[in-house]
Each structure stands twice: as C-alpha cells, then as structure tokens.
Design a protein around this ligand. Structure first.
Ligand SMILES: Cc1cc2nc3c(=O)[nH]c(=O)nc-3n(C[C@H](O)[C@H](O)[C@H](O)COP(=O)(O)O)c2cc1C
Length: 216
C-alpha cells in the first residue's frame, strides 16, 4: 500500500464540547451546529452521508441534502426505486453523517426511516424549481442507462409539455423520507486526537435523552 503524505494531517483546536454546554435536547444542539455551518459560509452545509444496508447487511453510502428536521426527525428527498430506496424497503435502519470540516465537527444520527406522508412530499416537490421537478420525472435513479442521450431527449419532451402555468405533478416514485433518530453523536475535534464525543440516546420515543461521553 502506498501511504498518503504525512502532511495530510490536521490538528484540531477550534473548540470544545463539554457536558456543561450540552443542551438536554439533541435537536437543539444540531440546530446550533447547523446554524454555525451556515454562518461560516460552508458550501452545502446541509449535505450529509446516508448509509443504508441491503438484506444481507452489505452497506452502501452516498451524499444527500437535508431538507428539514423537526421533533419527528430528519427529512430528505429521493427516488423510492433507487438503490437506497430498495435498501430502505428491506432494512429501514440507516445512519446520517454530517462533516463540517472548517468547524472540526461531525454529527452522526442513527434510526429508522419511514416515507414522509404524500402531502409533505407534494408540498416540497412543488416548491422546487421547474428544472428540478422535471428532472425527477426524467431519472430512473440508479438504473443502468446506455448514455446521456435518452435523458436529454426525455427532458426536452417534458420541457415542451410543462411550464409554470402547466406544472408537472410529483412522480409517484419520488418523495421524502424521515429518519427518526434513536441516537445522535456530536464530535468536536480536539488536540492530540483527544476529541470530544457526546452521544445522546434514549430508551423509547417519550423517554428523556441520556448523554454519555465516548472515548475518542
Ligand atoms: C452534494 C450532493 C447532494 C446530493 N443530494 C441528493 C439528494 O438530496 N437526493 C438524491 O436522491 N440524491 C442526491 N445526490 C446524489 C446521491 O449522492 C446519489 O448519487 C443518488 O441519490 C443515487 O444513490 P443510490 O444509487 O445509492 O440510491 C447528491 C449528491 C451530492 C454530491
């Protein structure tokens, strides 16, 4: 194996995450950290890695954009027949991972995923720019295709059919998911690789969150 340069090594020194500063509610800490990433001007601060696994437990991961969060959980939108959609259909457990490098912060969230109610998917779909709405109709996400040409042709046909006065409906196979967290982990890089890691977990949906420190 050829090793990467030793220069690819950062010391982390931007902050501390102490129990005394950790709110009882992990959503509050997530909101504060996401707002910090937005204020810091990071590109796509709502981007996260979604890990899923198939029925045999083989994992797969990809980057998505977070579109909302509330007391129920974290929402994102995609094609239900995509690889991730097929994996979630057989195994609803998934993990989200946010990495805000300039802030030396990572957030991990694990839980079960459900489809969002159709009305919520409709509302989000209709809020998207026309091009993105048409794109959702064009792409059979994750399927093998012979080239770009069929995509371009289908897009052109849809552009001739729809405009803002005659908008497309949400494709049935495209919509939102909600991950309901069973646990969160907040990671703040620290000097000498002695990072801060606080995990929030709870026994049931109405149980209080327990905060534990994990060894770095
Ligand atoms: C920054 C970024 C944001 C993305 N956001 C989304 C998204 O919100 N929804 C989506 O379906 N794919 C999104 N993608 C594409 C996915 O990474 C992935 O290619 C696609 O969802 C197919 O994944 P799958 O074959 O594992 O289902 C994004 C990619 C990047 C790099």
């Amino acid at each position: 194996m050829s090793l990467l340069s030793g220069n690819l090594r950062e010391e982390y020194a931007r902050g501390r995450l102490l129990e005394a500063d950790a709110p009882a509610d992990p959503y509050a800490l997530f909101a504060t950290w996401l707002a910090g990433a937005v204020e810091a001007g990071l590109r796509e601060p709502n981007a996260f890695t979604l890990a899923t696994a198939d029925a045999q437990g083989r994992p797969s991961a990809r980057v998505l954009l977070l579109k909302g969060f509330d007391a129920r959980g974290f929402s994102f939108f995609t094609n239900y027949a995509s690889r991730k959609g097929q994996e979630l259909a057989v195994n609803p457990w998934a993990a989200l991972c946010f990495w805000w490098g300039a802030l030396e912060r990572q957030v991990r969230i694990e839980g079960q995923v459900l489809r969002l109610p159709a009305e919520e998917s409709d509302a989000y779909y209709q809020s998207r720019p026309l091009g993105a709405r048409l794109g959702a109709h064009v792409s059979r996400q994750s399927q093998v295709i012979p080239g770009r040409a069929p995509l371009e042709e289908r897009l052109a046909a849809l552009q001739a059919e729809y405009d803002e006065q005659h908008p497309p409906q949400r494709p049935e196979g495209w919509g939102g998911y909600l991950l309901a967290p069973a646990c969160f982990e907040f990671w703040q890089g620290g000097p000498h690789r002695l990072h801060d890691r606080l995990r929030y977990s709870r026994g049931g949906e109405s149980a209080p969150w327990r905060i534990e420190r994990l060894s770095p």
